[in-house]
Design a protein around this ligand. Structure first.
Ligand SMILES: [Zn+2]
Length: 395
């Protein structure tokens, strides 16, 4: 059950209502998703990780990384590591250090957004053109759109089909291309989405994230494979969205790492790296809607809606996510973070609203009704015609 007693981390601005993740079949119907963990002093697991991070010997960690890379380094000139990413700041950093600093031969792979923004597409092309082989997958648009509509209606989670592909597709590429090492640029521990308060001690990602045992455990848009058939979606339509069968994965000896376990960097340094070394373009609208930053999640016209739906379901949105991360990295103070959350969190994503309604095949009325259906009673109250949060970090 969801913990209905809303608490905010005393070190950052994160709420105990934050989802751990909102992607995998583990979350099944998405109704009772696991939430971020707090310790007895009301400190979130991500902040606990940052305390722990101060004690890490980074020279030792880099040595460990080099040992692993040497073990997987190609002897015949073939790819030796897979870097999933969009060409945003994190994947740019990972691909660059692996290729230039550690002399690996990476293949990058990209799962297409629902609807590319112009800046997202330019960043993607510019990244690949700057020197990386890339394997690009755009799923069947008709199926993807229908899954997105169903996920929005049934879970208020329009991002789920993208997120599922983003998690599962790279592992399929690794298996098909026989690449045994996959390295990601972001870290679950830094966002408090690891699932276990001590998951930051895990060098390799737990394979249960992207594998399954039984087909009955698979859910899309909150529906089982059998239930999806009434919408004319069949298993054959879902190939890129399927996790790997556990036995295929275990036999493959693929290892999945997160680079922040081995190298100490943060979103800000990545952004400066991307901007100065690689011509990465920031959001042309200035800051992104719902937050004050301009450098994260720029690729998809639906990004703003995704963060907005989190805000509706959990009472904390994109500004909370960004501020919490920047407070932990000592880029802003907690007071500044609280002010930014108050100012920007939950801002309605209007720039691409028309595109989104068209994509979801929905009018404004249906859209608004769906949104209001998902406001939990313990988070929202209606005053006149206006919805208000019952709890906020700034209240
Ligand atoms: Zn915290």
């Amino acid at each position: 059950m969801i913990n209905q007693e809303v608490k905010f981390c005393v070190k950052c601005v994160e709420s105990n209502q934050r989802f751990l993740g909102s992607v995998t079949h583990e979350d099944k119907k998405d109704k009772f998703q696991r939430r971020t963990l707090f310790d007895e002093n009301q400190v979130c697991s991500a902040c606990l990780y940052y305390d722990y991070k101060k004690k890490i010997n980074w020279d030792e960690r880099e040595k460990e990384l080099i040992e692993i890379l040497d073990q997987y380094r190609s002897k015949d000139g073939y790819y030796d590591v897979l870097v999933p990413g969009s060409g945003g700041k994190d994947s740019r950093f990972v691909a660059h250090v692996l290729k230039e600093k550690y002399k690996m031969n990476p293949l990058t792979c990209t799962w297409a957004p629902h609807m590319y923004t112009d800046v997202g597409w330019r960043n993607y092309i510019q990244w690949v053109d700057s020197g990386y082989d890339n394997y690009f997958h755009k799923p069947d648009g008709k199926i993807h759109r229908l899954l997105t509509r169903l996920s929005f209606k049934n879970l208020l989670h329009p991002f789920q089909p993208f997120a599922q592909g983003q998690v599962y597709f790279p592992l399929r590429v690794a298996l098909e291309k026989k690449i045994k090492l996959v390295i990601y640029g972001d870290s679950q521990a830094e966002r408090g989405s690891g699932g276990n308060i001590h998951s930051y001690n895990n060098k390799f990602l737990n394979h249960s994230l992207y594998t399954y045992k039984n087909e009955e455990d698979l859910y899309y848009a909150g529906y089982s494979l059998k239930e999806l058939e009434k919408f004319n979606i069949f298993k054959k339509d879902l190939i890129p969205y399927l996790p790997l069968k556990e036995k295929d994965f275990i036999g493959s000896n693929i290892q999945v790492l997160q680079l922040p376990y081995f190298i100490n960097y943060n979103p800000q340094t990545n952004f400066y790296f991307a901007k100065e070394k690689t011509n990465f373009e920031v959001n042309p609208h200035g800051r992104s809607e719902g937050t004050y930053t301009k450098y994260a999640s720029l690729d998809d016209k639906i990004d703003g809606l995704h963060h907005y739906t989190w805000f509706i379901k959990t009472g904390r949105g994109r500004a909370t996510e960004d501020a919490a991360l920047e407070i932990r990295n000592e880029i802003i103070t907690r007071e500044e973070g609280i002010a930014l959350v108050k100012k920007y969190d939950g801002e309605f994503p209007k720039i691409f609203f028309k595109d989104i309604l068209e994509y979801l095949d929905m009018d404004e009325n249906e859209f608004n009704k769906t949104i209001d259906n998902f406001r939990p009673d313990h988070l929202w109250k209606k005053i006149g015609s206006k919805w208000e949060l019952k709890h906020a970090v700034w209240k």
